[in-house]
Design a protein around this ligand. Sequence first.
Ligand code: KIV
Ligand code: ZN
Length: 389
Amino acid sequence: MAKDKVFIFDTTLRDGEQVPGCKLNTKEKLELALQLENLGVDIIEAGFPISSPGDFDSVSQIAKAIKNATVCGLSRAVQKDIETAAQALKDAAKPRIHTGIGTSDYHIKSKFNSTREDILQRAVQCVKWARNYTDDVEFYAEDAGRTDNDYLAKVVEAVIAAGATVVNIPDTTGYCLPYQYGEKIAYLVNNVPNIDKAVISCHCHNDLGLATANSITGVIAGARQIECTINGLGERAGNTSLEEVVMIIKQHKHLGYYTDIKTDQLNPMSRMVSDTMRMPVQPNKAIVGSNAFSHSSGIHQDGFLKNALTYEIINPEEVGADSSKIVLTARSGRSALAYRFQKLGFQFDRNDIDELYTHFLLVADRKKEVEDADLVSLAQQHQTTTATV
Ligand code: KIV
Ligand code: ZN
């Protein structure tokens, strides 16, 4: 089956950096951008140039340094924003201006005190302004997740006619259920006559924990770009997590998609973002959490030791993680204990392990996790007792 490429648009340096406490200076942004390029992302959203002189500088430096990926700058549907983004991107090998406006009635009425007709004109106008500077213009319909599909289709048709080459359909508030987001993308595919002239992009927020599911459903419905961040960082509950969508696409090859991400760099990239942004990764985070490849209950450990595939769908090496861990707790079993003793160089037979297991459980009930030092002392005590009997 011919495979379709899904473009990975990384917005760690823009939507991710909006998180309180995660602000980066230019040097940090540049280092992360270079590493994102090595990871294989197609588009790096480097920042929002009009927002501050520091961010303008970051986008300019990244535009100069990045050679293979497209470098993108955000703007509102405001001429000055677009000029400033174009100025910041002027040295980019592949510049993209990302411009747009809110299209839901919440935005039209409450934020802009305007009408659907006026917003449609402003949407068209901002794309035309951006096209004066680059052929690669992405339009975002902010709060598309809560925008009426019929009106959204009219806006999308008009901005493509005005020159948008990518149409971003953000679920800005993380409101949609996967089937609703999928139906929205399918509606655009079926009802926008010029949709074949643009790539549809998914930009999902995680307020209900559905950002990854929504993005994948969007791709299945016809989108070919996913906007995401490393570790799922982003406003409020975050954005779609890059490592999750990339591994879903890789794991489920039968869907017929691929990305150009070098998956063995996912864990090093995650650590670099976490350290630079001073934002720890939750231990149970898929793909990059410290527990993502740890097994602690006896039933799982026994199955895993017989065949890793029993309890692991991803080989940790494939995502650049440390090898799988057998963690010893009061819920662990004899096979895990024997395995860990063996790793420490102790060879015990079944009877030894039965005896050692009783002592192990006493230690395990006192401690959260039994460590190598505890095992060594258990083994030594056991060897002394059996030698003197
Ligand atoms: O969530 C959103 O709608 C955005 C846009 C500015 C693209 O981040
Ligand atoms: Zn966003």
